[in-house]
Design a binder for this molecule. Structure first.
Ligand SMILES: [Zn+2]
Length: 325
């Protein structure tokens, strides 16, 4: 059995037990139908025919199967009508995801925050949110995350993260407590199969801020003399239920710029060469005096210049933070 088959079998057995509980309490047609499909998939894994298209008998894409282990027909064999319906679904998912995004440029309590969010396909696994203060004088929260995997599955988990942080932040916990709780809930929801790297900032009214990092690429700070990464961090969210997180307290002076990003920026690759942290730092240094939207455009353009026509492999998000003078 391949590792994907082993993992899928475990997932399907859990799902089957859950469905058995539901149908024993009340027999609903859709649950009985679903149980039949789950049973068929379990049987197919056991006899070695799982993942083979029922129409053309070619193997199906492992990433599609990881998203939906109940698939029986490959993309090529879907009827034209099925394909159009799938495309429509994807477009509406993209629209829903965009409605969850905050305004792209926000000035609040002396903070200037702007971001650039760019999915690779129709939807994104990158999560960016700016959560307004729950009361006057309370901190503003900035969250940037990246869910493992791609496409619709990653986008679904992105919206789950969005809801988690929106629900947890107003309780006013410290960032380590907030991360601890979000990690427990995310791990519970994803059964530790998926994970998310995430960095969050809690922005005070006087330029002070706390930062916590769960396995996310290190943010960069441009302070006029140079650019340096902000160290520190714990494990990504969703891997282990008992992960512990820390925070750092820092202050942003007027004129300094903090840049957060997802690895779609630094890991953009041309052949076997990556854009990398060195070029990222240079891009920030070069644009550090520009207004934030222009700085973001310039950082993005540096990646395009490096890629020189090579396709971008991942979702990409850049977030810049500055203190108003
Ligand atoms: Zn097929």
């Amino acid at each position: 059995m391949t590792p994907l088959e082993t993992r899928t079998l475990e997932r399907l057995i859990t799902r089957r037990n859950h469905l058995a509980g539901l149908t024993s309490a009340r027999k609903e047609r859709r649950w009985v139908d679903l149980m039949r499909q789950v049973d068929a998939a379990i049987g197919a894994i056991e006899v070695g025919t799982w993942g083979i298209c029922a129409v053309c008998h070619d193997p199906m894409s492992p990433s599609r199967l990881a998203e939906d282990p109940l698939l029986t027909v490959c993309l090529e064999c879907l009827s034209e009508a099925d394909r159009r319906a799938l495309e429509r679904d994807l477009q509406s998912a993209g629209k829903v995801q965009r409605t969850l995004l905050p305004p792209t440029h926000v000035a609040q309590d002396g903070w200037d925050v702007a971001y650039h969010w760019e999915p690779r396909g129709v939807v994104s696994g990158d999560h960016v949110d700016l959560i307004p203060p729950s009361a006057p004088g309370a901190p503003l929260h900035l969250v940037l995350g990246d869910v493992s995997g791609k496409g619709v599955a990653a986008a679904l988990l992105q919206s789950h993260l969005h809801a988690l942080f929106r629900a947890l932040v107003p309780a006013g916990q410290s960032l380590p407590d907030l991360f601890k709780r979000a990690n427990e809930l995310f791990a519970e929801a994803t059964s530790s199969v998926s994970y998310a790297t995430l960095a969050a900032l809690r922005l005070g009214c006087d330029g002070s801020f706390s930062i916590a990092n769960a396995g996310h690429p290190r943010p960069l700070l441009a302070d006029g003399r140079g650019v340096r990464p902000i160290e520190g961090g714990g494990l990504p969210l969703g891997l282990f239920c008992d992960s512990v997180y820390t925070e750092r307290d820092l202050k942003l002076q007027p004129g300094q710029t903090l840049l957060l990003y997802t690895d779609g920026w630094t890991e953009g690759a041309r052949g076997d060469r990556e854009f990398g942290i060195g070029r990222a730092a240079a891009a920030l240094r070069k644009g550090a005096a520009l207004p934030l939207p222009e700085l973001l455009a310039s950082c993005r353009a540096e990646l395009d210049r490096f890629l020189d026509g090579s396709p971008r492999g991942d979702d990409l998000t850049l977030v810049a933070v500055r203190r108003a003078v």
